[in-house]
Design a binder for this molecule. Structure first.
Ligand code: SDX
Length: 428
């Protein structure tokens, strides 16, 4: 209950409506408008700029201060001291695992990494030049065709098994997208490898040689997965929640998250950043492109900049930038695109247009340069994002489905025709 209220008076009517104000542990209060519908008014918030869609305990973001907490732990500390699977356990269960819990969780995930052999036939139905994200959308949704033993979403054990299967199988499917794309044989996961080593082995290994994964690259891959693990109620997570609110099975819900992530304004931005850096081509051309980004009549935007929530540095971008420098240095790579990116960042942070609009580099700005250094092709970047984010999607789905919930059914501001009679062909 609350003793704080927002009092709403609607012009032309003498009634006032007291709307409860709810407070969380961190972040802004919310005005509970659930009773407003009965007053004959809806709230109107396309793009949800001022709307809290749910209550959650998983991730907190303070966009003004550049803070990101997963179950209370700062992303900087998790990136520095944890690893991806430990962070998956934290997001799913709410606490860091002890030694035994961690070992058991890692083993459980390892035991679920293979996919049904029939999935290989599904991939072979795609044309070789299909975009990997198109294959991921299809393959992840198709998982529900194989796991009828864990589709009762009201059963906590089924939800847990589905979560483990999705976290374990997504890297296998992601690597299958890549292998089909380049015409190489699919690689089976190897139980002796860590999660990120396994993914890199399935991506770049061949049946002709034994696993041989560079530990520096494996650590960078693990950090990329970790930095993408979850991010509050972003577009794809909100899509997963909305799909889940109809009672759809978890595999179908995660497939819906993958489709929403694909857009260049969201998870597709990392691929768009590399294409942008390619298009800019040289530090000498940056000024011209910054002008295009500021020109309202030009659709060009600086991809990897700006964020709906962060009006300060995206804390993930800071870690990603450090990791980028480390990986390029350790691999002895002198990537000219890094110089373009660094110069672009410097200009954007000094330019009034970007400062006024608080457009800082986001998580996608540097991730593409690291993934390119690791040898991941640009059209696989968003697949990597989806692989890391699957745990966040499934954690939010589980949080919603394990409590009482209602189907998401927004209303609208209707500005179309009023009722009119059908026009027969002779009158049109
Ligand atoms: C992700 O929500 C999440 O948490 C997402 C994410 C996650 O982990 O799930 O963090 C991952 O999606 C990161 C964002 C990746 N997208 C990009 O890098 C694409 C480029 N950025 C933009 O398209 C944009 O900044 C958004 C989509 C990220 C945010 O858009 P908003 O909040 O709707 O802001 P807006 O489009 O209304 O922009 C506000 C102003 C506008 O100018 P004015 O009309 O006020 O004059 O800033 C301008 C925009 O034109 N602007 C940009 C810009 N981003 C915003 N101008 C040039 N380049 C840009 N990148």
């Amino acid at each position: 209950m609350t003793d704080k209220f927002a009092r709403l008076t609607i012009d032309g009517s003498d009634n006032t409506i007291d709307l409860p104000i709810l407070s969380g542990n961190l972040g802004p209060d919310v005005i509970d408008v659930r009773s407003l519908g009965s007053s004959g008014c809806f709230t109107y918030d396309p793009g949800f700029l001022s709307t809290a869609s749910c209550e959650s305990k998983i991730t907190f973001i303070d966009g003004g201060k550049g803070i990101l907490l997963h179950r209370g732990y700062p992303i900087e500390q998790l990136a520095d001291q944890s690893d991806y699977l430990e962070t998956c356990y934290l997001l799913l269960n709410g606490e860091l695992p002890n030694e035994q819990e961690k070992a058991e969780f890692e083993n459980t995930i390892t035991q679920h990494t293979m996919v049904n052999e029939a999935m290989a036939r599904l991939f072979r139905g795609f044309h070789h030049d299909a975009h990997p994200m198109s294959m991921m959308c299809g393959a992840v949704g198709a998982l529900s065709a194989f796991y009828h033993d864990s589709l009762d979403i009201s059963n906590p054990e089924h939800r847990k098994t589905s979560a483990h299967r999705l976290i374990a199988k997504i890297p296998t499917l992601a690597a299958m997208c890549y292998k089909h794309h380049i015409g190489q044989p699919f690689m089976y996961p190897r139980n002796e490898l860590s999660y990120s080593e396994n993914f890199l082995h399935m991506m770049f290994g061949t049946p002709c040689d034994e696993p041989n994964v560079n530990p520096i690259i494996a650590r960078a891959m693990d950090k990329i997965f970790l930095l993408h693990a979850d991010h509050e109620q972003n577009a794809s997570t909100s899509t997963v929640r909305l799909a889940g609110s109809s009672g759809a099975n978890p595999f179908a819900c995660i497939a819906s998250g993958i489709t929403a992530l694909w857009g260049p304004a969201h998870g597709g931005a990392n691929e768009a950043v590399l294409k942008m850096l390619d298009e800019i081509g040289s530090v000498d051309n940056i000024d011209e492109y910054v002008l295009k980004a500021k020109d309202k009549n030009d659709p060009f935007r600086l991809m990897g900049f700006g964020h709906r929530v962060y009006k300060n540095f995206d804390p993930r971008a800071k870690v990603m930038k450090e990791t980028c420098a480390e990986v390029l240095n350790e691999l002895g790579i002198n990537d000219p695109q890094l110089a373009i990116a660094q110069r672009l960042e410097q200009i954007a942070l000094e330019d009034e247009y970007f400062i006024e609009r608080k457009l800082y580099p986001n998580v996608d700005f540097y991730s593409g340069i690291i993934m390119k250094a690791i040898g991941i092709p640009t059209d696989m970047f968003t697949v990597i994002f989806a692989t890391g984010r699957t745990v966040g999607w499934i954690a939010h789905w589980n949080e919603m489905v394990s409590e009482s919930y209602k189907i998401g059914r927004p209303r609208q501001l209707y500005t179309g025709y009023e009722a009119r009679d059908y026009q027969t062909m002779d009158k049109r």
